[in-house]
Design a protein around this ligand. Structure first.
Ligand SMILES: [Zn+2]
Length: 160
């Protein structure tokens, strides 16, 4: 089973289709998962004693694990899962964005993504400044670079 306790899942089949909830429990033996506030059933309980008066009880019932899809905490999409080994540990990977779905790794992935985003922004900013400051000069340099080095030179990463 690819679903673990604490995952957010999207229901893709059955009467609760389209709902999203948190996995409270998984039972690999039966292939079922219990999802918070999804697949509620009402049970009519008979009174057993004076303290236990019975009545109607709402309860979450387990549902087929194949009816739900894990929602990736990184990209927020319901995704299929692939597996990857990181530091000798098997982790579940989002097929859409490549982020790990296992909590101990999610944090580091998020941090790295943020760092990359920041670096990209800084690079873009530098690029823009370069363009406005010396349009002609940049062009000339690029032309030169093309002549001297056929492979694209790293002019964009300058200005760190
Ligand atoms: Zn993802």
């Amino acid at each position: 089973m690819n679903i673990k306790k604490g995952d957010n899942v999207l229901v893709i089949a059955g009467k609760e289709k389209g709902k999203v909830g948190k996995v409270l429990q998984t039972s690999p033996k039966t292939g079922k998962v219990t999802v918070e506030s999804i697949n509620m059933v009402t049970k009519h309980k008979k009174p057993k004693s004076q303290q236990d008066k019975g009545g109607i009880i709402k309860k979450v019932a387990p549902m087929e694990a194949s009816n739900v899809m894990v929602v990736c905490p990184n990209c927020g999409k319901a995704t299929r899962i692939s597996h990857k080994e990181v530091d000798g540990k098997k982790v579940r990977i989002c097929k859409k964005c490549g982020a790990s779905l296992d909590k101990e790794h999610v944090k580091t992935v998020k941090k790295e993504a943020k760092k990359a985003e920041k670096a990209e922004k800084t690079a873009k900013k530098a690029e823009n400044t370069q363009k406005t400051d010396a349009k002609v000069e940049t062009k000339a340099t690029e032309e030169k670079a093309v002549k001297t080095a056929p492979k694209k030179s790293k002019t964009t990463s300058q200005g760190k």
